[in-house]
Design a protein around this ligand. Structure first.
Ligand code: AGP
Length: 602
């Protein structure tokens, strides 16, 4: 789970390489490095730390050359150390490689290479590739041939980029089950794990498929199959993402910026063509069985979908955590699996799609990142168009996905019942949501900051809700855990009395997701749970919409909203509470410890 970049150009590449890996730090940020071909040989600089720290300490941007590769790492094989940071060199220093993925047969290859006298400097699986290239190289054989032969020895997953002194004007890169995209600018070519890396320089992209390799030079690029060597041609994608969206602007953190972008992101989710929503709705109605899958935040989004499909469309569509979908999902050719993913690269969710396809099922996906693996592997794709989400913590992407699921449920209800009065009302309510999000941000963020100041020292939290508010409570607990490192448990409020009530004492805050009063049943039941906590001297914080008459230790009063969109305003409040608490605690908000945004390993 790392980010790789390669750039070949007619001018110095190191400053752009540094910026490009900085834009992919959400993929990993424990160490980084670059290697360039400077005319005399390979110049490599790398160390432990964020791109900013290492760039300053090691002068990454000062490496010379018009061709180079770079890497930002999230350790899998080998601890966090300078030696394990990429790039890795062959013994003779003539080959440098960066890699994302896992070379599963690295042990066998390493033993072989050690026996041939190679010396290894790191504990990584990647380093074998650099030595393999050196081992296979003989003068007179092209570097391209050596690259392909070495690739054919690899098992596992890889997105790999390589430079060599023997062919100093070209970058070689290849892909097998780890994302790799080419960026095409004028006389400058990129190979990167993610379009984010090159968006300030070009919006023209070409996605490599599994089993393909590419060769880039200032004059152009070619793509071929690793096994057959056949030339592959593919359409160039125009990435339609707002440039400014990947810059922090005046916000101290990307997380705050992305939370504040939600009004715009909701508009964009509303602009997704109705025909795309209708196509998915029709597929779902045709299938005998539907399942929604996602993981982490997107599992909770899927769970929200389950509730909303049940309440609006009277359809039972179970939400499964992607990592368990293979076991739990009874998937057959009459099934449609709908995956939800911000990155479109999450291993567990891709595996769920592969499993469904192998069972003969149909697949669909709601995805944010254009050109990502999922957009190519799922049968039907809805692009949510939320723009780049840089913070490791997902906020705006989840909001957009929930809006799309409401639209989907509305469409299914419409198709089932013909034109019913509800659908127009629902869309009108959704159209009003951006305004309410703006009002909430304006009126509640400071107040939520006060709550964070008051309660940031509480080590354990409950997040409790019922009905459609339950997945929002779960997701808010996840936000809290991810960014503050405090323990937070999301639970249905009705579950509380079946054991966990024993944890309530005067040191334990419970955040209640109170529905608007018009949802009388849910409201009454939630307020019963509030009383159960208060009776045991627990701290009660309420996200609510009405005057309740109850005593709360903390209250976030949200603008009046209909039951349909009320959960989404509470989602916003949960995001803000996690964010403000993390800021008070001095956490690394955009890059919390141990996390990476796209988890591309099992
Ligand atoms: C979100 O805040 C987390 N970083 C994580 O749970 C994430 O949602 C999960 O890994 C799924 O990612 P995806 O949406 O890119 O598939």
């Amino acid at each position: 789970m790392c980010g790789i970049v390669g750039i070949v150009s007619n001018s110095e590449v190191a400053p752009i390489l540094v910026k490009s890996i900085a834009r992919m730090e959400y993929r990993g940020y424990d160490s980084c490095g670059i290697a360039t071909l400077n005319g005399a040989g390979i110049e490599m600089r790398k160390d432990v730390g964020s791109v900013e720290e290492v760039a300053l300490r090691e002068g990454l941007g000062r490496a010379h050359g018009r061709i180079g590769i770079a890497h930002t790492r999230w350790a899998t094989h080998g601890g966090v150390s300078r030696e394990n940071a990429h790039p890795h060199l062959s013994c003779d220093g003539n080959f440098a490689v960066v890699h994302n993925g896992i070379i599963s047969n690295h042990q066998t290859l390493k033993t072989e290479l050690l026996n041939r006298g190679h010396r290894f400097l790191s504990e990584t699986d990647t380093e074998v590739f650099a030595h393999l290239l050196e081992e296979m190289y003989t003068p007179g054989v092209s570097v391209e041939k050596v690259f392909i032969r070495a690739l054919r020895r690899l098992e596992g997953t890889f997105a790999i980029a390589m430079i060599s002194t023997y062919d100093p004007k070209r970058i070689f890169c290849a892909r097998e089950k780890s994302p790799l995209i080419l960026g095409i600018a004028s006389e400058t070519y990129f190979t990167c794990s993610d379009v984010n890396a090159f968006l300030p320089y070009t919006r023209r992209a070409m996605v490599l498929e599994d089993g393909e390799y590419a060769v880039l030079s200032p004059e152009g690029y070619s793509v071929r199959g690793i096994t057959d060597g056949e030339l592959r041609t593919r359409q160039i994608l125009e990435i339609d993402w707002n440039m400014g969206a990947a810059e922090k602007g005046t916000h101290p953190h990307y997380m705050e910026k992305e939370i504040c972008e939600q009004p715009e992101v909701i508009y964009r989710a509303m602009e997704v063509p109705q025909r795309e929503i209708a196509a998915l709705a029709r597929l779902m109605l045709q299938a005998r069985r539907n399942v929604l899958v996602g993981i982490g935040t997107t599992y909770y989004v899927a769970l929200f979908g389950q509730y909303i499909l049940a309440t609006l469309a009277r359809e039972f569509v179970p939400a499964l955590s992607s990592d368990e979908a293979r076991i739990l999902g009874v998937i057959d050719p009459d099934t449609l699996l709908v995956a939800i993913s911000q990155s479109g690269e999450t291993f567990d969710t891709l595996e769920a799609i592969h499993h469904a396809k192998a069972a003969g099922a149909q697949t669909a996906a709601i995805v944010n990142v254009p050109g990502s693996t999922m957009t190519r592997e799922a049968g039907l794709v809805i692009h949510q168009n939320s723009g780049p989400e840089v913070c490791v913590i997902s906020t705006k992407a989840a909001m957009a996905q929930m809006v799309l699921l409401i639209r989907l449920a509305t469409e299914i209800a419409y198709l089932k019942q013909g034109c019913f009065t509800g659908d127009i009302r629902i869309l009108k309510e959704l159209a009003y949501l951006p305004k309410l999000v703006e009002v909430t941000l304006r009126t509640q963020q400071r107040h939520i900051r006060d709550l964070a100041l008051r309660y940031h020292n509480k080590r354990n939290w409950f997040f409790l809700g019922r009905g459609t508010y339950a997945p929002i409570a779960f997701e808010s607990a996840l936000k809290m855990k991810e960014v503050t490192y405090l323990h937070a448990e999301g639970m249905t409020a009705g579950f509380l009395k079946h054991g966990t009530l024993s944890l309530i004492d005067k040191d334990m805050p419970s955040v209640f997701f109170v529905p608007p009063k018009e949802e009388k049943d849910l409201y009454d039941l939630t307020m019963n749970s509030v009383e159960e906590v208060r009776a045991r001297e627990g701290i009660v914080i309420a996200f609510n919409f009405d005057q309740t008459g109850a005593h709360f230790d903390g209250e976030v009063r949200l603008p009046k909203a209909s039951p349909l969109i009320a959960p989404l305003l509470q989602l916003l409040a949960g995001q803000l509470l996690a964010y403000e608490t993390a800021v008070v605690l001095g956490r690394n908000v955009d890059r919390p410890r141990s996390l990476a945004k796209s988890v591309t390993v099992a």
